[in-house]
Design a binder for this molecule. Structure first.
Ligand SMILES: [Zn+2]
Length: 463
């Protein structure tokens, strides 16, 4: 079939559009029927880059970065050292003191390596040594939660919902049924199709089923031909986007689901309708169906029919319940309110206090912390960084392990034994656990060397 832009119908200069901007996910999904200049590149300037910049702290926390860029996105932070504030840009948690010059907010203090500082001060007596392993460092990050209610966010969510629904229905060309959402995405004018789910129970249900930091998309049809797409963005907030009030008759797939995980894995379901999905689900649960394969010595041989893969079978009941709720309850919020803010803060706390221990996050941590020429690691009992503590402890376990070479299976065993959790699991760290892990390591006189040994194994771990 001929390809045409879903926004304007143009049949040339089409491009691959990242349905979710590349910088916001490690699991890319594409729509190839979007023209390059007018409707792919321009969206980036019109609204996507604003959202990407504002979410840099979140993508850092989740180890998500653009496949095009080398570095993680930077974000503004304020650190307080001995009562003085320093403003700086961070790419990650673990690279505050990496030899660069940090100037205090009031321009009266500088922090850098000792040699560099003496050079700048031209007088050693003016330089005051800091033991970065013993000082208390307070780090403050301003999270701009306004972005979650900003028109740029609403346009981006509308674009995600529209392009995803179209890609799963192989839509090519412009359809008048999508006029409202196309107008809103391309101009920001017209009725805003986005609202916010504010029922706490829904957040809990989705959290239980999906991985930390995943994007989750669910499309369904309301009785009257309206298509809604519900988007859980990093699990932070859940939005509903009305894609059309009246779907084009060529759209056959109207019950859709995908989970896009931070480790780039995905789970996907495509069905014509919720009824068809329910039918499939019942069939999956039915006792194995056998068929006659032949008669051998008078005995009928029965073999099981080829079964459809049932790996996602556990998902269906949740999706049926969610859809039922989304179809019948219309009590969404259209902007921030006390309920929505409380939900957002709670979800944000989950993300910042949980570590997903996967190869990618462990490798990143080692590269940023055990870079060439770094000083021996001494843990700081004065400052708290829950994620870093769990990662240090994982490196410590790797260092203690007798295994010289790492692979996914060995990592799994090491974490299982030492932290009673599996790789890719979420580890939620509270104050007590942080204290415990630190004291286990610090009770070992040689822990700095063990950490170096563990880090070396991670650095040598090839794909
Ligand atoms: Zn176009």
């Amino acid at each position: 079939m001929e390809s045409k832009c879903i926004y304007c119908g143009k049949d040339h200069s089409l491009s691959e559009s990242d349905i979710i901007p590349d910088a916001l996910t490690n699991a890319r999904i594409l729509n190839r029927n979007v023209c390059g200049i007018e409707h792919n590149n321009r969206f980036s300037d019109m609204f996507e880059s604003k959202v990407i910049d504002a979410l840099a702290f979140i993508t850092n926390e989740l180890d998500i970065k653009s496949s095009k860029g080398k570095k993680y996105a930077s974000y503004d932070a304020v650190i307080t050292v001995e009562g003085t504030d320093y403003n700086l840009k961070l790419h990650g948690d673990n690279e505050i003191f990496n030899g660069r010059v940090i100037k205090s907010s009031d321009n009266t203090h500088l922090i850098s390596s000792y040699d560099k500082t003496v050079k700048i001060a031209k007088d050693e007596s003016k330089v005051h040594p800091l033991d970065i392993n013993a000082i208390e460092i307070e780090k403050k990050i301003k999270i701009n939660n306004e972005i979650f209610f900003d028109s740029a966010m609403h346009r981006m969510l509308s674009k995600i919902a529209f392009e995803w629904y179209c890609s799963k229905n192989n839509i090519s060309g412009y359809y008048n049924e999508f006029k409202d959402i196309v107008d809103f995405i391309t101009t920001g004018n017209g009725t805003n199709p986005v609202s916010i789910i504010q029922e706490e129970e829904i957040y809990k249900m989705i959290d239980q089923q999906v991985n930390l930091g995943s994007h989750t998309l669910l499309a369904f049809e309301k009785g009257d031909g309206e298509i809604d797409v519900v988007i859980s963005l990093f699990g932070l907030l859940i939005y509903r986007v009305v894609v059309t009030k009246n779907k084009p008759s060529i759209c056959n797939n109207n019950f859709l689901y995908v989970e896009l995980r931070t480790d780039s894995l995905r789970k996907e379901l495509v069905h014509h309708s919720i009824e068809e999905a329910q039918q499939k689900f019942v069939e999956m649960l039915a006792p194995e169906k056998f068929m006659k394969a032949g008669v051998v010595n008078g005995v009928s041989i029965m073999v099981p029919k080829v079964m459809e893969p049932v790996s996602n079978v556990d998902l269906y009941p949740l999706l049926f319940n969610l859809t039922k709720y989304f179809i019948s309850v219309g009590k969404d919020a259209i902007g921030p309110n006390a309920k929505v803010n409380a939900l957002f803060l709670n979800q944000l706390k989950n993300i910042t206090q949980s570590s997903t221990l996967q190869k990618k996050s462990i490798k990143r941590f080692v590269n940023e912390t055990f870079y060439e020429g770094h000083e021996k690691i001494r843990l700081n009992t004065q400052s708290s960084n829950k994620k870093a503590t769990v990662l240090f402890y994982s490196i410590y376990l790797i260092g203690m392990s007798e295994e010289e070479r790492l692979d996914d299976k060995i990592l799994q065993e090491i974490l299982n034994e030492g932290l009673s959790c599996s790789a890719n699991a979420e580890v939620v760290v509270d104050d007590e656990m942080e204290k415990n892990l630190k004291s286990i390591m610090m009770a070992d006189e040689g822990y700095s060397d063990v950490l170096e040994k563990g880090a070396a194994k991670v650095i040598n771990w090839q794909n």
